[in-house]
Design a protein around this ligand. Structure first.
Ligand SMILES: Cc1cc2nc3c(=O)[nH]c(=O)nc-3n(C[C@H](O)[C@H](O)[C@H](O)COP(=O)(O)OP(=O)(O)OC[C@H]3O[C@@H](n4cnc5c(N)ncnc54)[C@H](O)[C@@H]3O)c2cc1C
Ligand SMILES: NC(=O)c1ccc[n+]([C@@H]2O[C@H](COP(=O)([O-])OP(=O)(O)OC[C@H]3O[C@@H](n4cnc5c(N)ncnc54)[C@H](OP(=O)(O)O)[C@@H]3O)[C@@H](O)[C@H]2O)c1
Length: 511
């Protein structure tokens, strides 16, 4: 490959794997990482965080988990150690510049161009100027022929609810923090913060659940933790409904035959329609399993949306063991309401007469990944291409490149059942693009393809389509990447195995 300077921003999982595959193509990438260590979200999180994806799905294709890690859902320290071993094994550390915060990136080059192919060939292209502040602090501008943005979407820029004047945190005498600040604290300090306090957690996805559990462990029923949430979601007590591993229900080719797919032909569309009762039946099967195991009806917490819809919107969370025992005993008090406001001594929940007194409100309300991504581009015009509004989905071809932002890839932005798995295969695709092996169609055709995916995301995830969730269509998506790279998309031995066995990272170990 013609030697070009690739700059990778971020040394979380996506940045590490991007770096590894760039090196495999003879490139000498520079990775800028604002923190002092690798790992991104795994570098610092709350005490009880573990992997919630079965580890066999969350591993690098050519670097299995060590045999010393026996648990299917390793702890955060085990995940971080695994990432460190990966970085050491593939000699990635020497490429990473820690404490280097990228303040902005700007493209200098021909404003009009029409062809992605040949990035490493002879077409004269422009350069990205990358403004980096290091820990001195001093600011330098670096140049790159190609940038791989791996800045993550669940860190740094919090999503905080908005309130009418006089009803927001400004009127509250207590403390309001985002889960991000709680996660950044030393574990003992976090415990001290909530100990003996009346805590309200807002948000009921994974971070909210885990923080509520930590508060209830510290305070018991003496100071119950109130959880305020808007919508019931399916939570998984385990990953084997009625003894059938979830992968056999949703992560094999057969399960994908039941779903309408972006860009599918007539026969596949017909088959998906014919099989839709089976798709419905499987969703109900999982729902009955969850309802048998968890007292959802008792606490009026049965979700309105189907399990399949939550799965396809990446809205599933693994339920911490003992959660409903805490609800039964009264150390966790879930309160469902479309909205809430602050008053001087706590919060007022819409539809309830009695206010909830509080000392601390922890907003486990997620992140604004799109805003974060947009903000890295100095040019407003490019920012607009990334997302016209805060609710827009980032329109990426193969979830990797924006057809109209040249010499740049974005990895780790769309979600899936295993974000490591998807980041890795995307990085392999990107380096093949750099190498000239992957040829992409015209900008117009890429945009058409993105439109098909947009339609799919809107159908499958509704108002959550901006999460760009691929869960349940992973194989269909991976097939396209494989075909682009000239690999056989059928990775199993034999027709039946290919149809019914779940696909995971190890199936892609070799091209
Ligand atoms: C607590 C938690 C648990 C999770 N558990 C799971 C799970 O079980 N399964 C799963 O599939 N997914 C899980 N996820 C999703 C998780 O985000 C992905 O699995 C994956 O770790 C994301 O890696 P990433 O490299 O894309 O992003 P990140 O881990 O966010 O890494 C981005 C990196 O970029 C750096 N960076 C950002 N901006 C700049 C800048 N301007 N300049 C320099 N550096 C910058 C950051 O410091 C960071 O190190 C979890 C997320 C969280 C928050
Ligand atoms: N491995 C692990 O154990 C682990 C731990 C933590 C996080 N994670 C992952 O990290 C990612 C982020 O998780 P997260 O829990 O921080 O965020 P999240 O999944 O985006 O959930 C945000 C929560 O906040 C609620 N919310 C958002 N805006 C709100 C508002 N204005 N008012 C009230 N509630 C609001 C949402 O409610 P609605 O549902 O009604 O929109 C949802 O319950 C996810 O992918 C998650 O799986 C994993």
């Amino acid at each position: 490959m013609d030697q070009k300077q690739v700059v990778i921003i971020g040394a979380g999982i996506s940045g590490l794997v991007a770096c590894k595959y760039c090196i495999s193509k003879g490139l000498n990438p520079i990775v800028f990482e604002s923190q002092a260590d690798i790992g991104g979200v795994w570098g610092k999180t709350i005490r009880t965080t573990r992997l919630q994806t079965f580890r066999g799905m969350y591993q690098f294709a050519d670097f299995p988990w060590p045999s010393t890690v026996a648990h299917d859902f390793p702890t955060q320290h085990q995940v971080l150690n695994y990432l460190r071993s990966y970085a050491t094994h593939f000699d990635l550390f020497k490429h990473i510049r820690f404490g280097c915060h990228v303040k902005g990136i700007e493209y200098h080059g021909p404003s009009s161009w029409s062809n992605w192919n040949g990035i490493c060939g002879t077409i004269p292209l422009g350069k990205w100027k990358i403004t980096v502040e290091d820990s001195q602090p001093s600011t330098k501008v670096h140049e790159a022929d190609f940038v791989i943005l791996c800045v993550g979407r669940f860190k740094d820029v919090p999503n905080t609810p908005e309130f009418a004047p006089g009803t927001g945190p400004e009127v509250f005498r207590g403390k309001v923090i985002h889960s991000m600040e709680y996660a950044a604290m030393d574990h003992d300090k976090a415990e001290q913060l909530v100990k003996g306090k009346r805590v309200v957690v807002v948000g009921f996805q994974k971070q909210g659940l885990d923080i509520a559990m930590e508060c209830s462990s510290v305070n018991g029923t003496e100071y119950p933790c109130t959880v305020v949430y808007r919508n019931d979601r399916w939570k998984l007590p385990d990953f084997s409904p009625w003894g059938i591993p979830l992968q056999y229900l949703y992560l094999n080719r057969f399960s994908e035959l039941m779903v309408h797919k972006p860009g599918e032909g007539f026969l596949l569309s017909l088959l998906a329609t014919i099989l839709s009762p089976l798709r419905w039946g499987i969703s109900k099967l999982v729902e009955t399993h969850i309802k048998t195991k968890l007292p959802l009806a008792k606490f009026n917490m049965v979700p309105e949306r189907s399990f399949a819809k939550d799965l396809r919107s990446c809205l599933l969370a693994a339920l911490p063991e003992d959660f409903f025992n805490r609800v039964e005993s009264g150390s966790i008090l879930p309160k469902k309401s479309p909205s809430f406001t602050f008053y001087n001594d706590g919060i007022m929940i819409d539809g309830e007469n009695k206010p909830v007194q509080a000392d601390i409100v922890i907003l486990a309300t997620g992140f604004r990944g799109v805003k974060k991504l947009k903000s890295i581009f100095t040019s407003k015009d490019i920012g607009e291409l990334i997302a016209a509004s805060p609710d827009s989905r980032v329109p990426l071809y193969r979830e990797c490149i924006h057809p109209r932002i040249t010499q740049l890839a974005i990895i780790g932005f769309s979600e899936s059942f295993s974000n490591l798995f998807t980041s890795e295969i995307r990085c392999r695709w990107v380096v093949e693009l750099l190498d000239g092996k992957v040829k992409v169609p015209s900008i117009k055709e890429m945009e058409k393809d993105i439109e098909y995916w947009d339609d799919y995301m809107k159908r499958s995830s509704g108002s959550y389509h901006q999460r760009s969730c691929l869960t349940g269509l992973d194989i269909w998506y991976n097939d396209q990447l494989c075909k682009d790279m000239g690999w056989n998309p059928r990775r199993k031995n034999g027709f039946w195995a290919d149809l019914f066995q779940p696909y995971g990272p190890m199936d892609y170990a070799n091209p």
